[in-house]
Design a protein around this ligand. Sequence first.
Ligand SMILES: C[S@@+](CC[C@H](N)C(=O)[O-])C[C@H]1O[C@@H](n2cnc3c(N)ncnc32)[C@H](O)[C@@H]1O
Length: 214
Amino acid sequence: MALVDIAKNTDYDIDRTHGTREVIDYIRKNDDSVDEVLDVFAGDGSFCSWLLYRLKSTNELPNVTHLEYNSNRHLKLADRFGRHRQNCFNVDSYDWMEKNNNKFDLIFCDNGMGDNEYFDVIPLLKDNLNKSSWFVHNINVRPYGMFMSNTSWQQHRSHFYDLKQTWDCDPEDLLNITSDRLKEAGLSVNWGTLIPRELYNGHIYLYHAVWNLK
Ligand SMILES: C[S@@+](CC[C@H](N)C(=O)[O-])C[C@H]1O[C@@H](n2cnc3c(N)ncnc32)[C@H](O)[C@@H]1O
């Protein structure tokens, strides 16, 4: 399997998990003690969240907590992962993280759709993560489609990255700025790396960013 070009491959059921599989392999090679995982924008779990159950190299499964606020998607999610456990919550992720008292070894943040990127999750990380832990999210370096007319998304990105123009960015720039935001939120960054996730017309527009935190 390779990176999918979503401009050329429009089949609904095409497997777009190449980048996320690379992330899981990367973390598993670096750290086999990831037990408690939070999946912030879980959807119905069928796109890539199911890969979180492959985080351990042994036969053990990590404990994954999934958060999804859309009721229909949550029903499918709970049917997929939560039939025997209370691990799939039909909640707003931000509210839940604000009130939560448990700590996680990894927080996985697939974009929440619309203008919900990972930006507003960052201030909540410190209270939800163990000392030695991981944070994974997407970095969209070149939004395609209707981005130019989506004022709220544009403004959100410009505000977070402190850049006027965010429709065609240098991935390393966005990684560095994110590192600054993590530090501002009180996190101690060990390292961060980019893993290509998806192509649009031959250009990598979407990366996973993987952060190791001390
Ligand atoms: C791209 S999908 C996630 C796909 C998922 N990783 C999977 O494997 O199926 C993003 C999901 O985030 C949900 N979402 C957006 N904002 C949310 C919020 N504040 N709290 C909880 N879920 C949210 C959306 O309803 C959507 O289902």
